[in-house]
Design a protein. Structure first.
Lengths: 404, 301
């Protein structure tokens, strides 16, 4: 099939990010959805319940009493052979924490949308990535969307990635609270027919099914030897490595279906001749691209490396993109207390000693950072490096002046 | 009603394979075996953290002969909700059973239990109550009786036992019962009657634990029977609007026919420190419980 023919089968809609995720869940013909309300995620599950009520989606929607129960429920559904989905934010994600690990190491396919939000106190519903990044060790594949179209595409592809026999790990899709979740953007949505041909129903036997009268298998009892447990982690690591290939394959197929092509693990904007690389993930990457444009006009050879998937960690992409760079500046909308920005910390290990490096903590608590501010920060970093040679700043707190 | 002839049929059938990690005299294997007889070995178990996570032994082996999902402590009713929705969508109407201890049920998992019950999920929930956190070494739980010694109540627990079955009754689920491992016919009948009903079914199974109760290994069944005969554990059944006292407990409606409470308490080291006035107060609590259950039986006629 050619790109043009498949594109013709798509419908253009204008949706907020949360509703785009719900649309992807519907097209994936998810069997069981369970969630608990939390801002700014709530629009997703409200829309899904409407879809089920209207008969557009044939699925069980389970109204649970907490996020812990939401993940436990979809985990049970996945173990019972269903395609399952949940969504949450911030405190809700943290309330799930124990189940996140159990679900991942049980090797059942699952998809969860995480609409990123600040963690309290104080109460704050605005955007930050710290919540999503706090699950990075749990065994979930973690993606972060830049815009509404990508939030939709990432959610739909997540089912295919998670259910792949070479992967069998749950997938979390991040989208920025309010900036994407509540902001309407035009997007292209493939037809149900096209999605069906590309994403068949889940095979309930893979990896295993817990069902009455079924094979008497047991998942989760004590290991005979603790080395088995270590082996499980090693196998999960191998699956994470496999996921890099599977993600690329899935986006390749998806690109043929929709005409939309992605990185797939990372994308680098104006990087081919760049001597300086900025790094970011999520919605503000669009603003940083704006800053890059202006800096390019001013003669600065700078590009933007955007992380699409943080797990599996795209180290090959990162080392390839920064190869030959004079400086790397990383923007974190998150903070690991006592360390610094999570992206900066993870990437700093791949930066050669003769390359300038700066980690910038910005937008914490949800404050806006404008393209002009990004431009200023990047420009200062480049100017300083050109003036003084390689600098090493692991964390720079960008805190604007507060009026009133 | 299940008959002895039928139970004899299961005499040699190994619902739980030998060589488990259970303590001598463990009531949980007794109860689980009775459950398996009731369901003819065809069901799924969701088991939260507790003794029953350890009993089947170590992977890649298991002593359990049905599909089992071991899950985090607080999660089992929610996980079972997901399983049951998934398998029902594929037309599988088989029993999805939560087999959980008292800590998982009355304490840490209480929210997920309440949630699954209020949604009336099509689950059979067996709360195997050995009256403390036995797997971690005998710490007091919500269902540890008043004045019982545990490692976290060294001078006797100061709170009363949480009445989980009555709390479940107030969730207005179709089936709630209490049971005892010493009365297999009663328990098996209850499981089978529960399976005639669709929706959330809850059975509170009394399961005396020799090490946890500081009791001789040989006394498991004796203690369970004495709990009923002294009136301390009342067997009752609520089935779709009707609450009845179960046959083994009927004689003990009459206070005079109950065995002296000391007979039940004296075989348990956990009550060795009780003074006569404590026992008297305990008897008063038992009387009040009987009053309550009998009044409920009148209301739910």
């Amino acid at each position: 099939m050619t790109g043009q023919i498949s594109l013709a089968k798509q419908v253009k809609k204008v949706l907020v990010g949360d509703h785009a995720v719900a649309e992807a869940v519907k097209l994936a013909r998810v069997n069981v959805i369970s969630a608990y309300p939390i801002t700014p995620q709530t629009l997703i599950v409200e829309r899904i319940s409407e879809m089920i009520e209207r008969g557009e989606l044939k699925a069980d929607y389970i109204r649970v009493e907490s996020e812990f129960a939401a993940l436990a429920t979809v985990y049970g559904a996945a173990a019972g052979g269903a395609r399952a989905f949940t969504a949450t934010s911030s405190h809700g994600l943290f309330y799930m924490y124990e189940m996140l690990w159990w679900a991942a190491a049980s090797r059942v396919p699952l998809v969860m949308a995480v609409v990123t939000r600040v963690l309290g106190p104080p109460w704050n519903i605005h955007d930050e990535h710290t919540d999503l990044l706090a699950i990075r060790d749990s065994g979930w594949i973690i993606g972060m969307a830049q815009n509404v179209q990508e939030a939709f595409d990432m959610t739909l592809t997540a089912f295919k990635i998670s259910e792949d026999e070479k992967v069998l790990l749950p997938v979390a899709i991040g989208l920025d609270g309010f900036i994407l979740s509540h902001t309407a953007e035009p997007l292209d949505i493939p037809s149900q027919e096209d999605v069906d041909s590309w994403l068949p129903p889940r095979n309930p036997r893979i990896p295993y099914t817990i069902e009455p009268g079924g094979e008497p298998i047991t998942m989760g009892n004590l290991p005979k030897n603790d080395v088995y447990h270590a082996l499980l982690k090693k196998y999960m690591d191998e699956s994470m490595e496999n996921a890099k290939k599977v993600i690329a394959e899935v986006y390749d197929e998806y690109g043929k279906l929709t005409g939309r092509n992605y990185g797939p693990l990372t994308e680098c904007y104006r990087c081919s001749d760049a001597r300086y690389i900025a790094v970011s993930m999520g919605a503000w990457s669009g603003d940083i691209m704006g800053a890059i444009e202006r800096l390019r006009d001013e003669g600065y050879p700078v590009g933007l490396l955007r992380i699409r998937y943080l797990r599996p960690f795209p180290e090959e992409d990162i080392t390839a993109w920064i190869n030959g760079a004079k400086g790397v500046i990383v923007f974190d909308r998150d903070y690991s207390a006592g360390l610094g920005g999570v992206l900066a910390s993870e990437i700093s290990g791949f930066i050669p000693s003769n390359v300038s490096f700066e980690g910038v903590l910005a937008g914490l608590g949800g404050f806006d950072v404008s393209p002009d501010e990004f431009r200023g920060i990047i420009k200062e970093f480049i100017d300083k490096t050109e003036r003084e040679g390689p600098i090493k700043i692991r964390k720079y707190w960008y805190i604007p002046k507060v009026e009133g | 009603m299940v008959t002895m002839t039928e139970l004899h049929k299961y005499g040699t059938r190994k619902f739980i394979m030998p060589g488990t990690a259970a303590c001598p005299g463990c009531p949980l294997q007794v109860g689980m075996r009775q459950l398996a007889m009731a369901l003819d070995g065809k069901f799924v178990m969701v088991i939260p953290a507790g003794c029953s996570s350890i009993i089947p032994g170590t992977a890649p082996y298991t002593a359990y002969t049905v599909p089992v999902l071991h899950v985090p402590f607080a999660s089992s009713p929610a996980v079972a909700s997901g399983i049951v929705r998934a398998v029902r969508q594929r037309g599988n109407e088989g029993p999805v059973v939560v087999w959980a201890g008292d800590g998982a049920t009355a304490d840490i998992g209480f929210a997920t239990l309440s949630g699954a019950a209020y949604r009336n999920e099509d689950i059979l929930y067996i709360m195997a109550d050995n009256e403390a956190y036995m797997n971690t070494g005998i710490q007091a739980s919500g269902t540890t009786p008043w004045m019982a010694w545990t490692t976290t109540s060294p001078r006797g627990k100061t709170e009363d036992k949480k009445d989980v079955a009555l709390i479940m009754l107030m969730h207005k689920v179709p089936y709630v019962a209490t049971a005892s491992i010493a009365y297999p016919m009663d328990f098996i009948d209850k499981v089978r009657r529960a399976m005639q009903v669709k929706g959330f079914r809850f059975i509170h199974l009394h399961a005396p634990c020799p090490p946890g109760w500081k009791m001789d290994d040989a006394y498991t069944i004796r203690a369970a029977r004495l709990a009923v005969e002294t009136g301390a554990w009342i067997l009752w059944e609520y089935n779709q609007g009707k609450l009845t006292i179960s046959p083994p407990s009927i004689p003990f409606k009459d206070r005079a026919r109950r065995k002296p409470l000391e007979e039940y308490l004296k075989i348990q080291g956990r009550f060795a420190h009780l003074k006569p006035e404590d026992i008297k107060l305990m008897e008063e609590k038992i009387d009040r419980q009987w009053d309550l259950i009998l009044k409920l039986a009148e209301i739910y006629k």
